[in-house]
Design a protein around this ligand. Structure first.
Ligand SMILES: CC(=O)SCCNC(=O)CCNC(=O)[C@H](O)C(C)(C)COP(=O)(O)OP(=O)(O)OC[C@H]1O[C@@H](n2cnc3c(N)ncnc32)[C@H](O)[C@@H]1OP(=O)(O)O
Length: 174
């Protein structure tokens, strides 16, 4: 008997302000599990232009992901998540591909991520990295940022509890 395959129909689009509560609801279980870092709602509104979301024809938000620019050539994939019932249907891969297009459009050629989902990111061309992979001059510029994600990228001691068990990964997308 042929295997029954459930197809998920969806489109990936730029996020809108009205998506913010839905993005928060989508990632809340992952925040509870300490897989993703919880953030205040205002932080999501401030970052709404960084987000892409996956939506079904019925208007259900089933995935999200963000690209945060850190430096001239450097960006970070953030808050990539797919709802439990739509996992393994290509949604995460499609959002990541769109974030990579966004990165190239902006001039960003190196993408960082900090994740527990190592095999997923490896399949998309990311490789584990050890320490910080920026020149000392850039390091001392980045250290001025107030962004928690940048602090995590720099592996600063004060954010180590947030990053415990995560793998630091990088992809060059030129
Ligand atoms: C940088 C950060 O944001 S770090 C945080 C990363 N996110 C998390 O940790 C949150 C929890 N995890 C998730 O939300 C998800 O697992 C994600 C986002 C990592 C991946 O999302 P998914 O939509 O499941 O990814 P996608 O479907 O593209 O690929 C996953 C698997 O499904 C498989 N797949 C893709 N399309 C299909 C399909 N149509 N039918 C069957 N399998 C499929 C892929 O081959 C892959 O399989 P593999 O793992 O055996 O190689």
């Amino acid at each position: 008997m042929a295997e029954h395959v459930v197809r998920t129909e969806y489109t990936v689009r730029r996020a809108r302000t009205s998506d913010v509560p839905k993005i928060q609801a989508l990632i809340e279980p992952l925040v509870q599990e300490r897989i993703l870092l919880g953030k205040e709602r205002v932080v999501f509104y401030e970052a709404v232009q960084e987000f892409r979301v996956a939506e079904t024809p019925e208007g259900e938000l089933i995935g999200c992901g963000a690209l945060h620019v850190m430096w001239e050539d450097l960006g970070e994939v953030r808050t990539l998540a797919v709802s439990q019932k739509h996992l393994r249907a290509g949604v995460g891969g499609a959002i990541l591909a769109r974030l990579e297009e966004d990165a190239l459009e902006l001039g960003v050629t190196r993408l960082f991520c900090l994740t527990f989902e190592v095999p997923f990111f490896e399949r998309h061309g990311f490789l584990p990295i050890g320490e910080t992979v920026v020149d000392p001059e850039v390091y001392y510029e980045l250290i001025r940022s107030r962004d928690e994600g940048v602090a995590e990228f720099l592996d600063l001691a004060r954010v180590k509890p947030n990053t415990l068990g995560n793998t630091r990964m990088m992809k060059t997308i030129v």
